[in-house]
Design a protein around this ligand. Structure first.
Ligand code: PXL
Length: 271
């Protein structure tokens, strides 16, 4: 019997009915890190591996009520944001950002499922309202371009975008998924300088929710008290192992999830 109380990690995100991205990915990631996951739903999507067919935003008052209920009762070690969907929800989240521990902002603006129909003001709102409160920001290459105006074509421009975003508030920015012939590159800016992490490209269509899972893993590791640099590196490895482990899965006709429990599967997921 385990008597140690797990850290509490919060996700503020949308649901993917197909179970690959959003809330489902976040809660599985938290569980894989032995954290207790709590959540505030921002938007419900009707979705499968081939795409999104309907979307319904939750009223901002209801998002606020979920967050207030959680903050009142739990000591939250860290939180991550996913698809926030409306400017009003961004406002609600920004207003409570001081009550949720370390904040990991995954600016979901462009996803592997395509570009959700978002208000044009969202990049500006992320810059002005959320990034000043963020410990970490985890855009993919397309999102980092949208947030900074930097055209990202190579390692140098990815690092420049990471530095520009870090100037808006986060302690660490990781720009993910710059694809080279054999590698996937993440560009990282923190207080000590800039660096890239290169990992082998994995041939798989099961890539949905990789960004969600990366940011969720960082939040879980921060809630457990790990140092920032280690949390990011371990989260990158977690996603890479998950991609490798689910590469052969056939779930639906489109893009499926990573294997959040690759480590339970044992040695076949060695990186
Ligand atoms: O992976 C980004 C993402 C986040 N949140 C929800 C999504 C998606 C992508 O499809 O559906 C709810």
């Amino acid at each position: 019997v385990s008597i140690e109380t797990p850290p509490v990690v919060l996700t503020i995100a949308g649901s993917d009915s197909g179970g690959s991205a959003g809330l489902g990915a976040d809660l599985k990631t938290f569980a894989a890190h032995r954290a207790h996951g709590v959540f505030a739903v921002t938007v419900v999507t009707a979705q499968n591996t081939t795409g999104i067919s309907a979307v319904r935003a939750i009223e901002p008052e209801m998002v606020a009520a979920q967050l207030d209920a959680l903050v009142e009762d739990f000591t939250i070690g860290a939180a991550k944001t996913g698809l926030l969907f409306t400017p009003e929800i961004v406002d609600v989240v920004a207003g409570r950002s001081g009550d949720v521990g370390h904040l990991v902002v995954d600016p979901v603006l462009v996803t592997s499922a395509g570009k959700p129909m978002l208000d044009d003001s969202m990049p500006h709102l992320y810059r002005e309202r959320l990034l000043p409160h963020a410990t970490v920001c985890t855009p993919n290459v397309a999102e980092a371009s949208l947030l900074t105006g930097v055209q990202i074509t190579d390692r140098k421009s990815a690092l420049a975008a990471a530095v520009a975003l870090r100037d808006l508030g986060p302690e660490l920015v990781i720009v993910t998924g710059l694809l080279e012939e054999k590698s996937s590159i993440d560009a990282i800016a923190d207080g000590t300088g800039e660096r890239v992490r290169e990992q082998s490209r994995i041939d798989t269509k099961n890539v949905l929710g990789t960004g969600c899972s990366l940011s969720a893993a960082i939040a879980a590791l921060l809630a457990a008290g790990g140092p920032l640099g280690d949390a990011v590196e371990q989260a990158q490895t977690f996603v890479h192992e998950g991609l490798r482990s689910s590469a052969g899965w056939r779930l639906g006709d489109g893009r499926g999830p990573i294997d959040h429990f690759a480590r339970l599967a044992g040695s076949d997921s060695d990186v």
